[in-house]
Write a protein that binds this ligand. Structure first.
Ligand code: PLP
Length: 462
């Protein structure tokens, strides 16, 4: 009876598992039920799975074996191309030597080396590095550091944080509070108190089809003066902006906008935070957008390209003044009550060191600058293509905005995405905007393929 019982149980289990199975296009059964996928229409995916099973250089391999040209660097993160042997080897060797070491009251050399290497790439003065595991954690860390700084210097009344409309700062509570994406805020009802937003800078009426920085809109930075007048500078801790907003549709700062924001922050003694989770590490042709645009913030948040996305890692670069103010406050002991178990994780640190090495030895930031004109021509070659109402570019970033298709079950850009994938091209979409951010190792022939394929698909999609 015991054996029969066991057999019956096994049979039931098999039947249950079978129920859960979804058959892929190539008839390989694959259990898709358990993984609650982030920012995904789970039901649609599970009915039409598009799986990536391998990656190398500029390409992914899909589950059915077709090769997919990666025009988005994964999720804006694989800046040096996929599966670079130097990075893989660094991770492998470290995993066999020191799998984990705490950085609370202890240390291991790789975390210190990674911090020093990263600090060397930062604008002068931003040479203190706090490690996190993601962009979202970097943002919340930066906001906390800003508040701790104000308190440490005796300005505890400065608690207000200012973000911007149409900003994406990750998904933690600080990030969604200063962020400006209604869909990411609405379901959660409660947010950080005392947060305000600048108006966004997207102005297609004046700036459509701008090449590089749009000409119009520097005056939008004066919005900060409006908030200062409303609340009083003595209540404002920090302003956070993405120098180039990526996830919300490639919004490029108007000429002079960031400079003006810096001036107003300095005038009112407000900290300026640049969220460079996508713009750091060569995406705009320099180590940071701060360097590219000649504007130095007080803190910079990063992640993604820091390890070429091979191991999760984020970081906040902090000005020495902010750091020293916090560390110098009060008697000896812990001054910043913040940290993650995995801050400066050995594998992530090893990946970061190898990645930063690669950027330098292969001159990938310079390469992005060299390719920028060719890339810009290609992006703007879609002006006049069917459905296209705007094209924008900076560094190796491209945004192509499509005319919305009201009433249709899916957005037009989503149709382009699905078709492109099936035909061997990975793009990213946000609303009806196509966002492109290829690995910096791409060649002109890849650029030709990306835009040739997009033109073809745009002509075919309704
Ligand atoms: N900040 C910006 C500007 C981003 O683009 C992103 C992610 O795309 C984040 C923060 C969040 O990063 P993560 O997804 O690693 O938490």
């Amino acid at each position: 009876p015991l054996v029969a019982d066991r057999a019956r149980r096994q049979k039931r289990r098999t039947a249950r598992n079978k129920d859960r199975r979804v058959t892929q296009a190539n008839d390989t059964p694959n259990d898709l039920a358990a993984f609650w996928m982030p920012f995904t229409d789970n039901a649609y995916f599970k009915a039409h799975p598009r799986m990536l099973v391998a990656a190398e250089g500029m390409h992914y391999t899909a589950a059915d074996g077709h090769s997919v040209l990666d025009a988005t660097g994964g999720l804006w993160c694989v800046n040096a191309g996929h599966c670079r042997p130097q990075i893989v080897e660094a991770i492998r060797q470290t995993a066999g030597r020191v799998d984990f070491a705490p950085t609370f009251q202890l240390g291991h050399p790789l975390a210190f080396e990674a911090a020093s290497r990263l600090a060397m790439l930062m604008p002068q003065g931003l040479d203190k590095i706090f490690f996190t595991n993601s962009g979202s954690e970097s943002v919340d860390t930066a906001l906390k550091i800003a508040l701790a700084y104000q308190k440490a210097r005796g300005q505890a009344g400065r608690t207000r944080l200012i973000g911007r409309e149409r900003a994406y700062h990750g998904v933690n509570f600080g990030g969604i509070s200063v962020g400006g994406i209604v869909g990411n805020r609405r379901p959660y009802a409660t947010l950080l108190p005392g947060v305000d937003h600048l108006r966004h800078t997207h102005d297609p009426a004046r700036n459509a089809f701008s090449r590089g920085l749009p000409q119009h809109g520097a005056e939008l930075a004066d919005d900060l003066e409006r908030l200062v007048a409303l609340h009083g500078a003595e209540t404002i801790a920090a302003v956070i902006v993405e120098p180039v907003a990526g996830s919300t549709g490639v919004l490029i700062p108007p000429v002079g906008y960031l400079q003006r924001l810096r001036e107003i922050c300095t005038k009112h003694d407000i900290l300026l935070i640049f969220d460079e989770v996508i713009t750091a590490f060569g995406r705009v042709g320099k180590a940071t957008a701060a360097e590219r645009f000649g504007v130095t913030p007080d803190l910079i948040t990063m992640a993604k390209g820091l390890t070429n996305a091979a191991v999760p890692m984020g970081a906040v670069a902090v000005s020495r003044h902010v750091h020293d103010t916090i560390e110098g406050s009060g008697p000896d002991g812990i001054h910043l009550f913040h940290g993650y178990t995995y801050s400066g994780h050995p594998l992530a640190s090893a990946a970061a060191i190898a990645t930063l090495d690669l950027y330098v030895t292969e001159g990938l930031f310079e390469k992005a600058i060299e390719l920028e004109d060719y890339w810009a021509d290609a992006v703007h070659s879609l002006k006049g293509a069917r459905h296209v109402i705007d094209c924008r570019n900076i560094g190796l970033i491209g945004g192509i905005e499509l005319e919305p298709r009201p009433g249709a079950p899916t957005m037009r850009a989503m149709d382009v995405f699905r078709r492109a994938f099936d035909e061997g091209l990975l793009i990213r979409t946000t609303g009806d905007i196509i966002a492109l951010s290829p690995p910096l190792i791409l060649e002109k022939s890849h650029i030709d393929r990306i835009f040739g394929k997009l033109a073809e698909i745009l002509a075919a999609v309704d």
